[in-house]
Design a protein around this ligand. Sequence first.
Ligand code: ADP
Ligand code: MG
Length: 558
Amino acid sequence: MPIKALTPQVVARIAAGEVVERPASVVKELVENSLDAGATRISVEVGGGGVSLIKVTDNGAGIPSEEVELAFERYATSKIGGLDDLESISSLGFRGEALPSIAAVARVDMITCADGEKAGTYLSLEDGAIASRSTKGRSQGTTVAVLNLFRKIPARLKFLKSVATENSHIANVVSQYALAFPEVKFSLSIDGRVALRTAGSGKLLDSIAEVYGAEIAGNMIELKGEAAVPRVTGMVGLPKVSRSGRGYLSFFINRRWVNSRMLARAVEEAYHGLLMVGRHPVAVINISLPYQDMDVNIHPAKSELKFANERAVFSAVYRAVRQALAEQTPVPRVEAATKFVSPSEIREPSAPYAGVSSDLAPLPPTPATALPVLRVLGQLDNSYIIAEGPDGLYLIDQHAAHERILFEKIERQRAQREMEVQGLLEPMPLEVSPRQEAELWAHYQELAEFGFTIEPFGGKTFLVRAVPALLNDKDWTGMLRELLDSLSEGDKSNWAEAVISTMACHSAVRAGQALSDSEMRELVRQLEQAATPHTCPHGRPTMIHLSYGQLKRDFGRT
Ligand code: ADP
Ligand code: MG
């Protein structure tokens, strides 16, 4: 093919791909525009995962009638004037790309009315070109409706995930901006249901309560926010409300929502020693920085940025969080390490396979993974079981081992459709966050297979009528929330496995829990029966084995 310049329409569509990756990117750009316009009320409505409809209404400045067409021209913006302004960007937008990009991949209807105008302007665009214009009544502010997103780009449509996943990304965007702007009243409705509504009280804690629920809000501490450059403000969670993923870490630079591994690391290091391995804190942190000290102009989505002095930002965040935690959290006690077992306490060898507990269908262990019969000697640090086998010493991680046992048990019960279920005397309400809600709507029926009877109750509340018997006296609300979070963040290809491993993790004995001799014997006996006894469902080892041969070598006896 000879070289020729692409038509503006093709150029626009190619460029749009960088700004509009998925429905949530449209929501982000429109909400940012409303915030830049000084809105104090922003409502977001979506339908069909954002593909059929995204509508953002604000009470901001509006666009003067004579400028409405310009707003849809590429690189047309009211937010910066010249090169100098690029050095210090104080608005969320500045590239003048969002509206033209969205119009290149969807139908867009806008009604806007600026201060002092008698009527609003209505503009409708198809394929990036103006299809109609008229006047329409409305009060000051702007409404942008985006319809049939990506309809003309089947490749993009195909790449989108399920409606629930797209809804969950959208809920996350609105939630993040609700956290960044507590003084703005946000509302989000998904397919006609209210998923999020904030009061706009100006208090961060109120937004946190709406987005993450009362339980987390009740366990947040405020950062001091000392006047310094950079200034770090916001709230972080007490270690007891830790989470299994990083989805509860929010960072804003001058209230722009950003993703930053560096900032996540700064916070996690501040929690060092306060959280169990694999747990992550809850944090909502805003960093105020002179606009010249950073560059947001490195990516079209503006979610990444560069700091002039990255180290200063890291240590300011680390110090602010560490200090807040130090004032709140008692220093962890160092527990006495070892519980010795006197020879007289040593039990008879545990029964061979014939005597296994009745609820375990015997699985013939394969020679490669089978455990020999072990004799329990005692417990170490309330976390490890010491056992003796014919071939040496075994140190068993009680939590990991129990997780493995339960994982196989749940898998088996589910496969045979015999989950043991415990009905609750009174149905328990379960309050969920907007993201969790999207997952729950998508999965509550499938959760029934695992013994959870959950039904929608209205708003963000669901009613739980029955739970798996295994979890009856456990924190199953915490387990459900964690599960919904991990589903909304992660890969859903192995949905059932995620449910099983979260259930196993939450019902297993904890590290630090004292076990009686008979409990330890029972656990070891069940582990001997496990199909894969050597690793927990996450792949970590359940035990360390020290053979007699190795002991002899180590003691120099040959
Ligand atoms: P940018 O935000 O980078 O300037 P956009 O394409 O998002 O570019 O918007 C173009 C212009 O349209 C903005 O600079 C602003 O003047 C105007 N605009 C867009 N949305 C709104 C809104 N909700 N309220 C007022 N003005 C808006
Ligand atoms: Mg913009």
